[in-house]
Design a protein around this ligand. Structure first.
Ligand SMILES: C[S@@+](CC[C@H](N)C(=O)[O-])C[C@H]1O[C@@H](n2cnc3c(N)ncnc32)[C@H](O)[C@@H]1O
Length: 228
């Protein structure tokens, strides 16, 4: 098995341990949450049937949370780092203001055609970029109302540093997987876990923002940029 595949399997293994709520409560919460649209249901099904590491997809409950947050903010510009199969991008796009747009970046070009198809009905609102977010974010001149960080965990702190000056005062950053299947409590954390632990502490210590760690799914750090 190649080193790359071993790494992917290890990541997959970690994602499989991800639920914080027990399965019955998770099902109950989903049953009492607005259902996914037909398009989201289709992406969810297709990702689980045909794409590697389907647990990376936000899913029904978290997707509705992202949609709800976006609808509360009514953002003019959203940035997403980590498109994968487009599920969370479409959820966040539901709350866009009139004439608003969402920029979403992913390094994986293998999913490009599939994802473009899913964005068809939103193509005037979604700007989908393929490439390394570390290179692309510095080239963006927009001011963001909402940012969703959901890519490689080792770069979460870098993504925060790259976006914070581009977020408007009072704007929001959400970062996914900040409980990392509970591994943030490990006595001997692995590399990705150490990155998440250090990201969480960095955000908590940053006096430019206020933050809430929401224990939804694998943990979402909600960050609001203060007016200084
Ligand atoms: C957890 S998945 C995103 C899931 C998606 N946001 C959702 O909820 O449906 C993480 C994605 O980040 C992408 N990624 C990893 N490193 C990246 C980088 N440096 N730049 C851009 N995307 C990256 C991966 O290719 C993968 O598709």
């Amino acid at each position: 098995m190649s080193i790359k595949l071993l790494h992917l399997c290890d990541w997959h293994e970690q994602l499989l341990q991800m639920e914080i709520l027990n399965e019955a409560l998770q099902r109950y919460a989903e049953k009492h949450t607005t259902p996914e649209s037909d398009l989201l249901k289709k992406i969810n099904r297709d990702t689980h049937a045909n794409v590697l590491m389907p647990r990376m997809l936000s899913g029904h409950l978290q997707g509705r949370v992202l949609s709800m947050i976006s609808q509360m903010i009514r953002p003019k510009v959203v940035l997403e780092i980590g498109t994968y199969t487009g599920y969370s991008a479409l959820c966040l796009a539901e709350g866009l203001a009139e004439n608003g747009k969402l920029i979403t970046i992913d390094i994986n070009e293998e999913l490009e055609e599939k994802v473009k198809d899913c964005f068809n009905s939103y193509c005037d609102k979604i700007d989908y970029r393929i490439g390394n977010a570390l290179d692309i974010v510095p080239t963006l001149n927009e001011t963001f109302d909402l940012v969703f960080i959901d890519a490689d965990k080792s770069n979460y702190a870098n993504y925060f540093d790259l976006v914070i000056d581009k977020v408007r005062e009072g704007g929001f950053i959400l970062a996914d997987n900040v409980l990392w299947s509970g591994k943030v409590l490990d006595a001997r954390p692995d590399t990705d876990t150490r990155a998440i632990i250090s990201f969480n502490q960095k955000i908590h210590d940053d006096n430019r923002v206020e933050n809430v760690l929401l224990p939804i799914r694998d943990g979402i750090m909600m960050i609001r940029k203060l007016s200084l």
